[in-house]
Design a binder for this molecule. Sequence first.
Ligand SMILES: Cc1ncc(COP(=O)(O)O)c(C=O)c1O
Length: 361
Amino acid sequence: MTRAYNFSAGPATLPEAVLRQAQAEMLEWHGAGASIVELSHRGPEFLQVAQEAEADLRALMSIPDDYAVLFLQGGATSQQALIPLNFAAPGQKADYVLTGHWGKTAIKQAKPYVDVNVAASSEADGYRDVPERGAWRLSDDAAYVHITANETIHGVEFRDIPDVGDVPLVADFSSSIVSEPLDVSKFGVIYAGAQKNLGPVGVSVAIIRRDLLERAGQPRADIFTYASHASKESMLNTPPTWNWYLAGLVFKWMRAQGGVEAFAASNQRKSALLYDVIDGSGGFYRNEVAAGARSRMNVPFFLKDEALDKPFLAEAKAAGLISLKGHRALGGMRASIYNAMPEAGVEALAGFMRDFQQRNG
Ligand SMILES: Cc1ncc(COP(=O)(O)O)c(C=O)c1O
């Protein structure tokens, strides 16, 4: 068996140790006589898994007690619709700061429910920077301010938490959650699909300041109500038990590796190595994002000659480096280097890039 270094943006590479543990526990979980995925979500076995996963995520992210932690179905996109439904009155204003493709999706999901005010946008410049806070035009009476902490396709990341006063800050952290220490108390809501830094696709995490759960929001079914999920500890209906279990294994693995502090340091080294190769290539490779907004998780780059894209991808694959093709919206290449990507994988990619340039530059 040969596992390649997998730079997929999501679903993304998982820690090998986690996959091996899941494999070992697949047929029978801890003497239960069945796999965890075959047991009731209300039984003692899965309840233990669920509670430990929440406790481990709380410990990893230092989540204050006045925040609910929910494990939900529907992906990050569903959260983008549930947020206006739960936290804004019908037609109320909500401010959105647009820094890439996923911010656009968030706006699209919100538009049926709220009066979206695009408070700032980098769209006209091709999403290459985060608009300066001073230039944002926030509404006086917004229900919340929404940002995309890390734009997975455009490779643009907020490096500071913006101050939006008393209005709750809602942030899509799908592609950068648990990549570094974060002051959760600065946010009203943090949400993330799991399939980048937390585990497998099929479960999303929503971290919600509890006072917001009391907002009336809009007419909606119980199943679309965060407060109902919170009151039932994410077991309002059958939760995605396998995905939740795997995410729990990832949390334990992260804690054993030294937690978010350790990953922050290695994520910094990994991304700096790739940006150094790109910037030092004399234009053979290029990344167009402003230096202060470059993502540590997703590094998009272009080759100086598009005709080299195909050979680059083919030779990278032959060298055991896969899933480097950029998103169709942007073209070029993209290296997604989440927590589970070992430094050795990024070193191998950097070496390959230098070598490819030497042979084709
Ligand atoms: C930042 C961000 N937000 C939202 C999404 C959409 O997530 P999902 O496909 O889980 O709905 C993605 C998916 O890649 C993403 O990267």
